[in-house]
Write a protein that binds this ligand. Structure first.
Ligand SMILES: NC(=O)c1ccc[n+]([C@@H]2O[C@H](COP(=O)([O-])OP(=O)(O)OC[C@H]3O[C@@H](n4cnc5c(N)ncnc54)[C@H](O)[C@@H]3O)[C@@H](O)[C@H]2O)c1
Ligand SMILES: [Zn+2]
Length: 339
């Protein structure tokens, strides 16, 4: 078992890798807690929490809304939950983002923790205290920065995760390698076959390395004023593609990453060889690398309305080399000209 920490302004978060997910009760203060999970996770793992108060929500990005948040508030009221209670989100990034937001706002904030059940949640979404929901189709428009008390990552639950969902997790692992860790990039290249066979030790290594990278960044910049912005690599385009096409988060991050790499190459920051190497790695992990041609105009329009746009520029994360990223402001014209 390995433990990592995120020290936020208001609370400390403990990330435990290698703990059995069904031991989550060990990390709770008492019996006053409610589980929030989704229909699919409940089907697979609900037998481990039948005796506890549980709120089950639907699946998919479409339910990451204020309506779902209101539904949960109502259930919490009906259960008589007060400020001394604890919420536990058991699921992927969507359950974690919603649970974190509900817990941070219900009665001005109650304590919460996560059992992360997707690869994407274990390596990224559950960690760092960002939570929130979509609003009017815009990704993560409404949310807070609040650290969970704990995050349990048990890689054995990934055995039931569909292959397609596993590859969504690879997109964020590759992102971590590209922005911060050339060694991880080499590891992904050299061990691709073993990783794709879900070799437990290799997956454990990837989750552990990703948690290290994410916690280090969040510990330096919890509220995203500086270095934490690097974690948005691939996400500016990614969010626009997600909004227009409904393609899953990990896959749109993969396409967004390739776009950021091409922009880095055009500006002579990275060479063609490295750009091709990165694209080959992303494709090699079963992820898309092309912007969907049929929706191109809509995607650019959505991008130009992105919430991170300031004046006539958009914050983009580009690469200097594999493992080194930086923030670059790009003009709307430059983006329009290239796409
Ligand atoms: N807060 C952050 O810092 C942050 C970072 C990255 C991504 N995100 C968010 O995370 C979300 C994506 O998360 P995700 O990819 O985990 O998707 P998800 O939560 O939708 O999970 C994917 C699917 O897998 C199912 N599932 C979950 N665990 C399972 C298991 N062990 N076995 C079988 N099926 C299982 C779920 O029911 C769901 O249908 C996006 O909304 C994204 O914006 C947030
Ligand atoms: Zn992401």
């Amino acid at each position: 078992m390995k433990t990592f920490y995120v020290t936020g302004e208001k609370a400390k978060s403990q990330i435990i890798l290698g703990e059995h997910f069904y031991n989550f009760k060990k990390y709770l203060p008492d019996d006053h807690f409610v589980i929030i999970t989704d229909e699919v996770v409940n089907l697979y793992y609900g037998s481990h929490f039948t005796n506890f108060k549980t709120i089950i929500i639907g699946c998919g990005e479409k339910i990451k809304t204020l309506q779902t948040v209101e539904y949960i508030y109502q259930q919490l009221l009906d259960l008589g939950v007060d400020r001394s209670w604890f919420l536990v989100g058991i699921g992927g990034g969507i359950v974690c983002d919603i649970t974190g937001f509900v817990a941070s706002t219900y009665l001005r904030g109650i304590k919460f923790g996560f059992v992360a059940t997707t690869l994407l949640a274990q390596v990224d979404a559950a960690i760092g205290g960002k939570n929130g929901v979509n609003f009017l189709g815009y990704k993560n428009m409404i949310g807070t920065f609040t650290q969970p008390e704990f995050i349990l990552c048990d890689t054995s639950v990934l055995n039931t995760l569909p292959k397609d969902e596993i590859s969504n997790g690879y997109a964020e692992i590759i992102k971590h390698a590209l922005i911060k860790d050339a060694g991880l990039f080499n590891y992904l290249e050299s061990n691709r076959e073993t990783i794709l066979q879900n070799d437990p030790q290799t997956i454990q290594h990837l989750v552990s390395t990703s948690i290290t990278i994410k916690t280090e960044i969040v510990n330096l910049d919890e509220k995203e004023h500086g270095i934490r912005r690097l974690l948005n690599f691939g996400h500016t385009f990614g969010h626009a593609i997600e909004k227009v096409t409904g393609i899953s988060h990990g896959k749109t991050v993969a396409i967004g990453s390739v776009i950021a790499i091409e922009l880095s190459c055009k500006r002579n920051l990275i060479g063609r060889n490295d750009a091709d190497r990165i694209k080959a790695l992303i494709a090699g992990f079963g992820l898309p690398v092309e912007l969907p041609e049929s929706n191109k105009k809509e995607i650019i329009d959505a991008l130009l309305m992105d919430k991170k746009r300031e004046n006539n520029t958009i914050h983009f994360i580009l690469l200097k080399s594999i493992g080194k990223a930086f923030v670059q402001e790009l003009s709307v014209e430059e983006i329009q000209l290239n796409y």
